[in-house]
Design a protein around this ligand. Sequence first.
Ligand SMILES: Cc1cc2nc3c(=O)[nH]c(=O)nc-3n(C[C@H](O)[C@H](O)[C@H](O)COP(=O)(O)OP(=O)(O)OC[C@H]3O[C@@H](n4cnc5c(N)ncnc54)[C@H](O)[C@@H]3O)c2cc1C
Ligand SMILES: *[C@@H]1O[C@H](CO)[C@@H](O)[C@H](O)[C@H]1NC(C)=O
Ligand SMILES: *[C@@H]1O[C@H](CO)[C@@H](O)[C@H](O)[C@H]1NC(C)=O
Ligand SMILES: *[C@@H]1O[C@H](CO)[C@@H](O)[C@H](O)[C@H]1NC(C)=O
Ligand SMILES: *[C@@H]1O[C@H](CO)[C@@H](O)[C@H](O)[C@H]1NC(C)=O
Length: 502
Amino acid sequence: MKRLSWAFLFLAINVVELKTNPKIVVVGAGMAGIGAATRLLELGFTDVTLLEASGEIGGRIGKAQMGKTWVDTGAQYIHGVVENNPVYCLAKKHGLFENVPKEEGSWSILTDKGRKVDEDFAEHVYKAGELLLHQQSDDCDNNTMGDYFAEQAQKLADNWEDDAENRNLISSVLRKLGKDLLITTGALDLKNVSLCSWQHFSNEIKGDMDIGGNMFLLPSKLLEEFPKENVLLKKLVSKIEWDGSFGVPDGTTYPVRVCLGDGEEILADHVVVTISLGCLKAQASSLFSPPLPEYKVKAINSLEFGSVIKIILEYEEPFWESDVSKISLLWEEENILTVKDDPSQWLQYLDFFTVMRPQEKFGNVLIGWCSGRVADHIDNMTEEELSAAVTEHFRAFTRNSSLPAPRKVLRSQWHSNPFTRGTYTYIPVGTDPEEMDRLALPLSSSKATKPDPQVLFAGEGTVKSLYGTVQGALVSGRREAQRLAQHYLKATAPPATCPFAL
Ligand SMILES: Cc1cc2nc3c(=O)[nH]c(=O)nc-3n(C[C@H](O)[C@H](O)[C@H](O)COP(=O)(O)OP(=O)(O)OC[C@H]3O[C@@H](n4cnc5c(N)ncnc54)[C@H](O)[C@@H]3O)c2cc1C
Ligand SMILES: *[C@@H]1O[C@H](CO)[C@@H](O)[C@H](O)[C@H]1NC(C)=O
Ligand SMILES: *[C@@H]1O[C@H](CO)[C@@H](O)[C@H](O)[C@H]1NC(C)=O
Ligand SMILES: *[C@@H]1O[C@H](CO)[C@@H](O)[C@H](O)[C@H]1NC(C)=O
Ligand SMILES: *[C@@H]1O[C@H](CO)[C@@H](O)[C@H](O)[C@H]1NC(C)=O
């Protein structure tokens, strides 16, 4: 009998503890923050505030004016051209596929010896290399992507049935694949990247779709129905106090206090933190009070945040054929064994350009991609230096000394941006991909008898199956909204028109 009444009391306390309309603050208006905030609303929470440090929503989905229009300075492609990819579905639903070029376009490949490489040949070698990389061994734990790549690429090149002249080209194409992997991961050296990186990655990520420069529209489309007055821009969160009891005059108390750079403070029941891993690395030790538990600090320290730069070039006239959608530069004599960037040879890492299409919309715009330390080096150059170097570079490869200089040069500066501090998360050698799951775990009150998620974490780097992507960010935010719904025993929201997760 006694036991039973205790149980009743316990239940009663728990019921009392659950507010009917909890105050929820979401930090960061990137895709993760937008995913969390919009889902919370769909689930029936009404007191949701979205705080963003910069003057714009979108985070790493960014834009800059170039030529006749805007270009995406961050995310640009939809990775995973499948209906059950929520980002593909949402982009389609919001009409972002208008003006998207129907044909794929051709690949123009030039070498340092002034040769033009046959597209079908290069495609064939590149695909064979990709296939090899995806057949990974089971014991990936302590192996590096760099070593594995070097070994496999060498084997493939050695066994390729072709004449000696093409051998060099085969190696060059494979090395190009290695350099692309540096861009995919954002790492400085493929030897820093764990071979386990794709162990848990979604195999739905097949096919990349160029959506004609419309990616930057997605964040605002998703926030269309979210109350404008609850999105606060230029609100830098400088401190998150949790596991406390902060009162307001009417007697209500809140366990969380979010302090802003301008001295303002917001009390809340829950805070969903979506700032990038780069920002967590820089600020985790000062941002939280009480400090983060050890396991969380370990996850933040052991995962890496890479760096990639996009160089956006606008030309008066195109020097490429009208059907070209990408341009690659190959060095014929390069050794394929190591893929590691080198700032002194930075131009060797500026080897890949996408042509912005359709031309009627963009004019003549190329986007060059570079990774790692090279990105820092380019960040430091003046616009004139960069323009001159790029022009020299193209003139050498086309053997045309009258090739024009770009009219305008822009570069994305995610690395030096204090609200990003890099581009995306990667898994370094020796780090378990499951550290991403630990990064995602919420923090509960020390006094709680059952989990009471006060500080929740979302963001691209918290999803081991989709990190580094827009949909990874989106589903991580939705995951945390769902976690709160479960806590408040809310029924799941009615099915949306697009899938919830991939
Ligand atoms: C150059 C580049 C190219 C990419 N290309 C692609 C691609 O083609 N396809 C693809 O799917 N993905 C791509 N990605 C990855 C994709 O952009 C990201 O995975 C995704 O946008 C991350 O969203 P997020 O919400 O996790 O983080 P973020 O977008 O970084 O959002 C975090 C937000 O928090 C804000 N913030 C930071 N600190 C504070 C603070 N203290 N207080 C308040 N607010 C704060 C930031 O300003 C930011 O708005 C690319 C990324 C980059 C950088
Ligand atoms: C990987 O290396 C670590 C540290 O050197 C070691 O503890 C671990 O057992 C290794 N794992 C495998 C699968 O070899
Ligand atoms: C990458 O690897 C090199 C050499 O192994 C090492 O010196 C460097 O610290 C590593 N960098 C990162 C970011 O892990
Ligand atoms: C870039 O400039 C900063 C500040 O001037 C300097 O500290 C840094 O070393 C430079 N980086 C490179 C790669 O040149
Ligand atoms: C060199 O480039 C210019 C500008 O694109 C072009 O007009 C010219 O025909 C090119 N010359 C050769 C030899 O291809």
